[in-house]
Design a protein around this ligand. Structure first.
Ligand SMILES: [Zn+2]
Length: 152
């Protein structure tokens, strides 16, 4: 499928060195809409919506936000640390809002899975169903993410 002009404009903002140093698309050869559609299909199979996932990520980020660099143990299972750094990032989809730079490091101690996400990741998932391209530093695999943040 060919990318639309609007899609191309967004994909240009997702290139390395534009909004973030490493960009959002990694080495993915698919167009932006293809990436989003493929992940949406995966989520459907897992029976989760982007909003449910974003809510759960936000829950962990909020609970660890004021702990500075200390890890907090949430619900006896999840070890979480959120590092808030200086600066803000705009959404590459052209939203008006800007997002605080914060990285949440997350470990599900029961399943022994660790992963990280940024505040912008949460927005990109919630508002755009976008988990980033394959090979991107902050790509989140929907199946791995769901397995890590939900206890089931
Ligand atoms: Zn946005």
């Amino acid at each position: 499928m060919k990318a639309s002009p609007k899609e191309i404009k967004i994909m240009q903002k997702m290139q390395p060195g534009t909004i973030t140093l490493s960009g959002f698309l990694g080495n993915d050869k698919r167009t932006l809409n293809e990436i989003i559609e493929d992940d949406f299909r995966l989520l459907n199979a897992l029976e989760f919506t982007p909003e449910e996932i974003a809510d759960r990520m936000q829950y962990f980020t909020d609970k660890s936000w004021n702990a500075f660099t200390d890890e907090v143990l949430i619900d006896d299972i999840y070890q979480v640390e959120t590092e808030v750094v200086r600066g803000k990032l705009p959404c590459p989809f052209g939203h008006v809002g800007i997002y605080r730079k914060a990285i949440t490091k997350f470990t599900n101690t029961r399943k022994n899975i660790s992963l990280s996400w940024t505040s912008l990741n949460i927005h990109l998932i919630r508002a755009h169903g976008f988990f980033e391209g394959k090979g991107s530093s902050f790509r989140l695999e929907p199946a791995e993410l769901v397995n890590a943040i939900f206890d089931r």
